[in-house]
Design a protein around this ligand. Structure first.
Ligand code: HEC
Length: 112
């Protein structure tokens, strides 16, 4: 009898722990899917410089900067021009308007 109560409490405790962790860590699968669907990986990779900086570099550049999330959210949603090999190219935008998915992607980039 007592053991089942302890079990129930422990199960509840670990369930809360698991969901709490999941809601804080950025969803990697969704971030990668959005990058693929939006063709970002044509110019970016996580840890190697391509035409654009590696996301690890971006994360390092913005580490500890309070405005990072806001700035990058704009950068990935508002079309802009970037220089690739001296030529101006359209910087891609994410193919979604879902604010949660955009926030997730930006947090994921910043936590590389
Ligand atoms: C045509 C190639 C190209 C594509 C496509 C592209 N990028 Fe970029 N991206 C660049 C270049 C080049 C830079 C560096 C621009 C600069 O620092 O002025 C950059 C910079 C960035 C940065 C850092 C911005 C900063 O303020 O330091 C982020 C984040 C980023 N890109 C995310 C994305 C995402 C997300 C997508 C897909 C929606 C994407 N990029 C698509 C070329 C590209």
């Amino acid at each position: 009898m007592q053991i089942s109560i302890i079990k129930a409490i422990l199960t509840g405790f670990f369930f809360c722990l698991a969901t709490a962790t999941a809601s804080h860590a950025a969803d990697e699968a969704d971030a990668m899917k959005l990058l693929e669907d939006s063709k970002c990986l044509k110019c970016h990779s996580v840890d190697k410089k391509k035409d654009g900086p590696a996301y690890k570099e971006v994360a390092a550049k913005y580490k500890g900067k309070a405005e990072a999330e806001e700035k990058l959210s704009k950068h990935v949603t508002v079309p802009s021009k970037v220089k690739v090999d001296g030529e101006e190219e359209e910087h891609g935008s994410v193919k979604t308007r879902d604010a949660d998915r955009i926030r997730n992607l930006v947090q994921w980039i910043l936590s590389r």
